[in-house]
Design a protein around this ligand. Structure first.
Ligand code: ADP
Ligand code: ZN
Length: 610
């Protein structure tokens, strides 16, 4: 949600100012105090020093005489005496009368200045800050320092009548997943009767500007329930202790208004892995807030009707405690739109402007490859502005095309959108995997392939769906799987005669499988059923340790290479034999950016029939 926030300086800023003041005080006062250390001497010493001419400044008072030596390094003090000739003698010794010897500070005063005053300033500043934060957070009337007691956190309850699923273009899969929530909120009784409880938390995962906030609002809009929204960063900007109490307050309000939707944007701001934090104070605050959130989520039953949606684009950075069952245990990917999605988003936003007859959104969508929904909305707006600038109210194709450049120039650098040639290579690579998989009878069919860069960082993505759960795999199936892994690289070789770095993950996977076949599954002719490696812990990443001689290890390595090589060879052969299909499918994927399993099989079978 884009809301105008008043610029807020972090608390740390104010604390450092206070610290600076203290430092300054000590820096200025410390030398002054040490300098005015007073040495008490008797009157005789005073007279001796006068005799020696070792006298600097002198100050005669009723109760004491303060004086310094010639170099004025030390201040001496002595009691006054009846001594009428003192003035004359001092004068002869060259003492200065005019200058007042600096009065040493009384210990009380120095304590006041160096300790108490800074503390007062510190407290005053803290009070002022807490009051300001209170005001920013809402209420402000409730005078409450240091976050004790009930917080006045403002929770935005918005009328979401406006936003429906139909306003969110594309993102059909996300909408489908969320439809269940809408259904539940419409008819909670049905679910209660069946004994089913809704997930409490749903994580919307995807890059910025892909419509996560919109989707959350649309769920509330479709269900006709209140919508509470807060950003994760708002929790941690709070004064110490405020984050946790704000969470408490949020849930209290939500439970009162149930059924309702609570949306937490940028949940990574509070939900980061607890161990990975740096620094001390701020981290503590974040942890407290996170713990409170976890406690609240555990504290209510699944059927209270409070559904929490949270958005993040870095799901891997979240604390595992957050994604545990009963918390944010459901994940809905909200990825960048493909060609069709982009066209739909453009059309949704174009409804707000007047467009000329000649406008072709398909072309615009094609040109704006890699753009997010927010960027597409921006392109439309930019085009309207351009039209106005040239004295028109109707937006034409040229306006749109030029505004793509304005908007894209901004994001191309930060998103590293694929170049045309890269896109082509990725299309061939992904089709390579799928084609090799499909041509080997035992491989699972592909469900969907896309070449939209994913949140995970992968450039392309092949979704294979195993038909039924597989616990046992035959030797042939594993070999085919290895061939499928090598299929991406093989397609690059077949189509372009050169290879790229895009296959690094495939290589890792293929090697792992090949090694496991030989050293753990007993699927090689040489070693039969002798275990060469043992898995230390199945559940913690499955570290393996070798249990064989160095010679055998060498032999295993040789066998692994041989196995992968032969499967790579097989994959290349399959692709060469089906070169026409490879080109056709890769061309389709390049154009559409997404290909479903049905489309894939249609094209594949289409050729066989002819
Ligand atoms: P996120 O929460 O994922 O960062 P938002 O939901 O705040 O993204 O989207 C920002 C803006 O981008 C929206 O207000 C809307 O104008 C536009 N937008 C993004 N995705 C879509 C979409 N799928 N359909 C229509 N508009 C979209
Ligand atoms: Zn690959």
């Amino acid at each position: 949600m884009k809301e105008v926030k008043s610029p807020r300086k972090p608390l740390l800023y104010y604390y450092s100012i206070a610290l600076l003041i203290i430092l300054l005080f000590n820096l200025l006062l410390a030398p002054m105090l040490s300098q005015s250390r007073v040495v008490e001497v008797d009157y005789g010493t005073f007279m001796d020093m006068i005799e020696e001419g070792n006298i600097g400044a002198v100050q005669v008072e009723d109760t004491q005489i303060l004086f310094t030596d010639k170099e004025e390094t030390t201040v001496y003090q002595t009691g006054p005496m009846e001594d009428p000739t003192l003035t004359q003698r001092l004068h002869d010794a060259g003492a200065e009368f005019e200058r007042v010897v600096e009065q040493p500070m009384s210990p009380l005063l120095s304590l006041l200045l160096t300790v108490i005053l800074p503390i007062l300033i510190f407290i005053g500043l803290g009070q002022y800050m807490s009051k300001k934060l209170m005001e920013q957070a809402g209420g402000g009337k409730n005078s409450m320092a240091f976050g004790v007691g009930k917080s006045n956190a403002k929770i935005y309850v918005q009328s979401t009548q406006g936003i429906r699923f139909s306003d969110v273009a594309g993102e059909d899969e996300a909408k489908e997943s969320l439809q269940e929530i809408v259904d539940y909120l419409h008819n909670p009784g049905k679910y209660a009767e069946a004994g089913a409880s809704m997930p409490k938390g749903i994580l919307l995962v995807g890059p910025p500007g892909t419509g996560k906030t919109m989707l959350a609002k649309a769920v509330a809009g479709e269900s006709g329930v209140p919508f509470f929204s807060i950003s994760g960063s708002e929790f941690v900007e709070m004064f110490v202790g405020m984050g946790a109490s704000k969470v408490r307050d949020l849930f209290r309000q939500a439970k009162e208004k149930a059924p309702c939707i609570v949306f937490i944007d940028e949940i990574d701001a509070i939900g980061q892995k607890r161990s990975s934090g740096s620094g001390y104070g701020g981290n503590d605050e974040r942890e407290q807030t996170l713990n409170q959130l976890l406690t609240e989520m555990d504290g209510f039953e699944g059927n209270t009707g409070v559904i929490i949606l949270a958005a993040t684009n870095r799901p891997e950075s979240l604390d595992p405690a957050l994604t545990r069952p009963g918390r944010f245990d459901r994940r809905v990917p909200v990825e960048l739109p493909d060609l069709q999605g982009r066209e739909a988003i453009l059309k949704v936003h174009a409804k707000k402007i007047k467009t000329a007859e000649d406008v072709d959104f398909h072309t615009i969508a094609r040109m704006a490859a890699g753009a997010s929904g927010a960027e597409l909305a921006n392109i439309i707006n930019e085009a309207a502005l351009r039209a106005v600038r040239s004295g028109r109210i109707i937006v034409n194709q040229a306006d749109l095309e030029e505004s793509i450049e304005v908007v894209i120039a901004g994001y191309q650098k930060k998103n590293a959108v694929l170049s045309d040639q890269e896109k082509r290579v990725v299309a061939y690579h992904e089709i390579g995997h799928a084609l090799v998989a499909a041509m080997q009878s035992n491989s699972a069919p592909v469900q969907k392939i896309t070449i939209i860069p994913r949140t995970s960082g992968a450039l392309g993505y092949t979704m294979q769906v195993e038909t039924g759960d597989k616990y046992l795999m035959t030797r042939e199936e594993i070999e085919n799987k290895i061939a499928t892994y090598t299929g991406g690289r093989a397609a690059e070789e077949v189509a372009f005669g050169q290879i790229t770095t895009g296959a690094s993950n495939d290589i890792e996977q293929a090697t792992k499988l090949a090694r496991a076949m030989i050293s753990r599954y007993g699927m090689s002719d040489q070693f039969d059923m002798v275990a060469m490696e043992t898995v230390n812990n199945q559940y913690l990443g499955g570290d393996t340790s070798l249990a064989c001689s160095p010679d055998t290890q060498k032999e295993i390595d040789r066998r692994v290479v041989e196995l992968v090589k032969s499967q790579h060879e097989k994959a290349r052969k399959i692709l060469e034999e089906n070169r026409a299909k490879l080109d056709e499918l890769a061309g389709f994927l390049y154009e559409k950016e997404t290909i479903t399993g049905e489309e894939f099989m249609e094209i594949l079978r289409g050729g066989e029939a002819q």
